[in-house]
Structure formats: structure tokens, C-alpha cells
Ligand binder design. Structure first.
Ligand code: PMP
Length: 286
């Protein structure tokens, strides 16, 4: 008994959910995707995720073969068919079947894949303890290359950074942009706290416009915490009072060490804890 997978225009058994070896998603990482949470049977920030997906597709000249309401219905149907109450959805649009050349326009039709499954979480102890991260030597994608805001199927740049963190025995890698400013983590957005103020690198510094990031900024403001989006340097990270990351899978998770520098007292700080709780409550209340 496997999962029910959405493939192009219908749900199929997992065993029948197959794509061609000539799909340019496989041959070239040509496509876009989203990772979405389900809380209490509801798709979290569904509209924001679909907007980002269609924007990403537009930038890479990929025609999504379904309109937005149809996509929304397909995501909901896939979650329901797999009885996902609290889980994770991976939505993938590949360029489709072409030939061995890179020209995307020989691919006649994009493929839609929707997988709804349980979510792999960081162990609870890690939220209590906080993460160790390293600065990656791999530079975040240049804005004149594949734009950093495009959630494309080609994650190799982030994967190179991730490898650096694994080699260093750390949980995550921080990427800086071509100007030396903080961009984001390999799979999450970053925040720091200094003197009670919450700082986030602006999206233009080269991060994904994270759905969790947006919600956390909103929740912080509701808590009366001042939020400033400005360029951050490695100095700012090293000397932060608190440091945390946000993302669909990780939600809000504290960072307690970067490149051997201990953040604050070495434990996730009070604002990090508050925002984690607020996010937890918000996500599950909707
Ligand atoms: N940056 C990158 C590179 C990511 O892959 C993700 C996870 N999708 C994020 C940031 C966080 O974005 P979100 O909160 O929308 O999951």
C-alpha cells in the first residue's frame, strides 16, 4: 500500500507514478517546486506558496499546465486522498519530456507531480539545544544568474553549501551573496536579534522569499518586536544576541554556534523561543 500521487491530471498509485528519463526536470533540473505544510488538515499559506510557484515558473518561461484554482484543488485532493492531517506536500512542475538538448521549448507539456506525506522533523531535542552552523564558501546565486527567488529544481548551489556544513560536523550552512552580505541558509531563511530588535536580510540580498519568514515577521510585529530588514554581515551573525532560522520544515529553530563563535549564552534565546511558540500556535490555530 503506497501513497496516492498526483501525476499531471489525476491521482495514481505510487507504483504507477513514473516520469520519463527524457524529462528535462531530471536531465537539467529544469522546473520549479514548493514544499508546503499541512496543519490540522489545512494547507498552510496555500495562496502564498502557489503565488511563489507561479512566479518562479513565469521567470523560467515555464507554462504551468493548470490554472491556479485547479492547482489548489489538486493539492487539496492529494492531501485528502492520503489522509494527511499534519504533514508535508511536495509540489513539482517539471519542464516535461524533451530531447537530450537543453532547449526547453521542445518539451511539449510540463508535468505536475504532487506528493503528500508525513514530515521528517528535526528531533525535538535539537529545538531545545539549538543548531551549529558554518559560513559556506559557496556564494549564493548571483541575481543575474538564476534569480535566488526562483525555487527551481536545481538546488546544486545550496547542496554545495550543505556539503560544507556536513563536512564541518554542523547542521546547516549560511550562504553569503556576491557582495559578502548574508543571504540565507542552505534550506532556510535567517534572522538575528540584537538589543531586542529582530533583523532579517532583505530578500534582495539573495534569499528565497520564505513563506515562514513572512509569517514570523508578522508575528514578531504583533508581539511588539521591532523588525528591520537590512543587509547583515558575518560580523553581525558572530555578535548577535540570538540567531534563528525559519522554513516550512524546520518552522523556527535556534542557532547557537557559527564558525566556532557561541551565540548569546549558547542556548536558543527568549525571542527565538517566543516566536517559535507563536508560530506553533498560529500554524495550528488556522
Ligand atoms: N530558503 C531556501 C533555499 C529554501 O529552500 C527554503 C525552504 N523552502 C526556505 C528558504 C524557506 O522558505 P519557506 O519558509 O517558504 O519554506
Amino acid at each position: 500500500m503506497g501513497l496516492k500521487i498526483w501525476l499531471d491530471d489525476k491521482l495514481v498509485d505510487q507504483a504507477d507514478a513514473k516520469v520519463s528519463v527524457f524529462d528535462h526536470g531530471l536531465l537539467y533540473g529544469d522546473g520549479v517546486f514548493e514544499g508546503i505544510r499541512v496543519y490540522g488538515g489545512k494547507i498552510f499559506e496555500h495562496a502564498a506558496h502557489l503565488r511563489r510557484l507561479y512566479d518562479s515558473a513565469k521567470v523560467i518561461r515555464l507554462t504551468v499546465p493548470m490554472d491556479l484554482p485547479a492547482m489548489q484543488a489538486a493539492v487539496e485532493q492529494t492531501a485528502a486522498a492520503n489522509q494527511i492531517s499534519d504533514g508535508y506536500i511536495r509540489l513539482i512542475i517539471t519542464r516535461g519530456v524533451g530531447d537530450l538538448g537543453i532547449n526547453p521549448f521542445v518539451c511539449k507539456k510540463a508535468s505536475v507531480i504532487i506528493i503528500a506525506d508525513a514530515i521528517q522533523l528535526y528531533p525535538e531535542a535539537l529545538y531545545e539545544k539549538g543548531l551549529k552552523v558554518v559560513s559556506a564558501s559557496t556564494v549564493r546565486n548571483h541575481p543575474m544568474a538564476i534569480p535566488p527567488q526562483v525555487k527551481s529544481l536545481n538546488y546544486l548551489n545550496n547542496i554545495l553549501a550543505k556539503i560544507e556544513s556536513v563536512d564541518a560536523g554542523a547542521e546547516e550552512a549560511i550562504l553569503f551573496n556576491h557582495e559578502g552580505y548574508v543571504a540565507e541558509a542552505a534550506g532556510d531563511n535567517v534572522f538575528i536579534v540584537k538589543n531586542g530588535i529582530l533583523y532579517a536580510p532583505p530578500i534582495q540580498a539573495g534569499s528565497l522569499d520564505g513563506v515562514t519568514r513572512r509569517v514570523v515577521i508578522e508575528l514578531a510585529r504583533r508581539e511588539g518586536i521591532e523588525v528591520i530588514e537590512q543587509n547583515l554581515t558575518r560580523f553581525d551573525l558572530y555578535t548577535a544576541d540570538e540567531f534563528f532560522m525559519t522554513g516550512t520544515a524546520a518552522e523556527v529553530i535556534g542557532v547557537v554556534q557559527i564558525d566556532g563563535r557561541v551565540i548569546g549564552d549558547g542556548h536558543p534565546g527568549p525571542i527565538t523561543r517566543t516566536l517559535r511558540q507563536q508560530f506553533f500556535a498560529y500554524a495550528r490555530s488556522r
